[in-house]
Design a protein around this ligand. Structure first.
Ligand SMILES: Nc1nc2c(ncn2[C@@H]2O[C@H](COP(=O)(O)OP(=O)(O)O)[C@@H](O)[C@H]2O)c(=O)[nH]1
Ligand SMILES: [Mg+2]
Length: 224
């Protein structure tokens, strides 16, 4: 996190991690498409021909809280392929929170596991304690055949520290819940470390209300 006290501006870095093709870029695309244009900036994506992220994607989100605090969220994705480990480590530098995007297909369980271990190693290499940084897990591609069942994910959620979300990123399903869950956990950690409520006069719950109302379209108003 970077703080500019004079400008009352706070920058938070959130990283979407996971194996190749699990849906990290699709999450950012869906956030850009579902979010308000006021909050969401341009989505920067770098892609090779075979649809895999070459370096990373980045989506900036700005929230202006009523207390005057400006919150700048930067969402990054990492390239999933094994060979891009140096890029992943670089993108993880100074991360405040991580969304691990897993592929729900049974065939991808090994790739998920390998990528999760790689995440922990790269956090450690960056001097970040993997047991303390907020990490949430999204099981994406819930629309496909031969996926891990809801019961299996519930059992997994019981034994893991991380909250588990379910998503179909290409349809936007579950994507905003994952993002707001990640922001909530990340803010709680930053609050604990930096006493933001005292410094900026904003409680975590009020902040989440403001983020949700500025990020998401008001459905009732849109329907009128
Ligand atoms: N059926 C299905 N396909 C998905 C879903 N999310 C992503 N995909 C597809 O999976 C492929 C890889 O997605 P992408 O977001 O580029 O993965 P990344 O490598 O993690 O950035 C693309 O063809 C997407 O259209 C999903 O929820 N359901
Ligand atoms: Mg990608």
């Amino acid at each position: 996190m970077q703080v500019d006290f004079a400008a009352k501006e706070l920058s938070v870095k959130l990283v979407y991690y996971g194996p190749a093709l699990s849906g990290k870029t699709s999450n950012l695309r869906a956030i850009h498409w579902l979010g308000t244009s006021n909050a969401c900036g341009e989505l920067m994506t770098l892609e090779t021909q075979n649809d895999r992220t070459l370096f990373f994607d980045m989506l900036p989100i700005s929230i202006d809280a009523r207390s005057g605090l400006k919150i700048r969220l930067k969402l990054f994705t990492v390239p999933g392929q094994v060979m891009h480990d140096a890029t992943r480590r670089l993108v993880l530098q100074a991360a405040d929170g991580v969304a691990f995007i897993a592929d729900s297909q049974r065939s991808e369980a090994g790739a998920n596991r390998e990528s999760f271990l790689n995440l922990k190693k790269n956090l450690e290499d960056n001097g970040i304690d993997p047991e303390r940084i907020p990490i949430i897990i999204q099981f994406n591609k819930r629309d496909l055949e031969d996926i891990r069942t809801d019961d299996e994910l519930a059992a997994l959620a019981k034994q893991s520290r991380e909250t588990i979300y379910k998503a179909i990123a290409t349809r936007g399903y579950g994507v905003m819940q994952t993002l707001t869950g990640l922001i909530r956990e990340t803010w709680a950690k930053l609050e604990e470390e930096h006493q933001l409520e005292d410094k900026f006069d904003i409680s975590p719950s009020r902040l989440m209300n403001e983020i949700e109302s500025q990020l998401k379209h008001d459905v009732r108003r849109a329907e009128r």
